[in-house]
Design a protein around this ligand. Structure first.
Ligand code: DX5
Ligand code: ZN
Length: 246
């Protein structure tokens, strides 16, 4: 099944003192999703944002909130993250001995369920749960920090994940997270990723709007159109992403 590619800005790189404005800016730039990174200081060596900030996002945006739980034993918090406004809850295969139970919990909470794997985990880890999943996430950096370099072998891992997905659950979305930028986004999409998370490539200079448009243009393998005023335009921004999960 052909999925439409979609860029999901990672809020980890945003200015949290201006959260509402940052959400507005990614909406205006054409994003349909916002990626929300939760780090617990145990599963990953960093602490980021959690429930109250997710609630604040939910109150201020209709974007699909794609919550990436880099949390040990995430089943302890699924109910709270669902109540705080997550649309998608993605857990790590390495973070629990009970991934199957956690995925069932997410589905029973009425949310879409995702499973993520670190760069050192075999793609086969998706196999047992794939028929139940709405999303699989191939990490292209070791999770814990924004602004890292894309690990090149992730391209082949994405191809493998795409094949497994096509075989077992063609509706499931394939997401990639870490080090996505203007230079590599096209090859990453060609390798099979549907959802491309980008943090620093979105929230750095010159502006969210220009970065998003430039990434979208590269993603589609075309050059950016520069309007006479010198402002960047991007005709594809008006296209709607069709939800293909059921
Ligand atoms: C890393 C996070 C990513 C991160 C991506 O642990 O899961 O979502 O914010 O940031 P960039 O795009 O800067 O690599
Ligand atoms: Zn993430």
């Amino acid at each position: 099944m052909q999925h439409r590619h979609l860029i999901a800005p990672s809020l980890l790189a945003c200015d949290f003192s201006q959260l509402r404005e940052e959400l507005r800016a990614i909406e205006k730039a054409g994003a349909a999703w916002a990626h929300f990174d939760v780090m617990d200081g145990a599963f990953v060596p960093n602490i980021s944002i959690g429930l109250p900030i997710l609630e604040a996002c939910r109150k201020n945006t209709l974007l699909t909130l794609d919550v990436h739980l880099m949390v040990q034993n995430p089943e302890r918090y699924l109910e709270q993250f669902a109540a705080a406004g997550a649309d998608i809850l993605t857990i790590h295969a390495e973070a629990t001995a009970h991934a199957h139970r956690a995925v069932q919990m997410i589905k029973n909470l009425g949310k879409r369920a995702g499973l993520a794997i670190n760069p050192g985990t075999p793609i086969e880890a998706f196999r047992p749960l794939l028929p139940d999943l709405d999303l699989i996430l191939v990490m292209s950096v070791n999770p814990g920090f924004g602004g890292q370099q894309f690990i090149p072998s992730s391209l082949e891992r994405l191809q493998q994940a795409a094949r497994l997905r096509d075989q077992l659950n063609p509706q499931c979305l394939l997401e990639v997270d870490g080090g996505v930028n203007q230079k590599n986004i096209h090859s990453i999409a060609l390798a099979g990723a549907d959802i491309l998370v980008a943090g620093s490539a979105i929230f750095s200079a010159p502006s969210i709007r220009e970065n998003f448009a430039a990434l979208q243009a590269k993603l589609e393998g075309r050059e950016m159109l520069i309007a006479p005023s010198g402002t960047a335009t991007n005709e594809s921004m008006t296209l709607e992403f069709t939800e293909e999960t059921s």
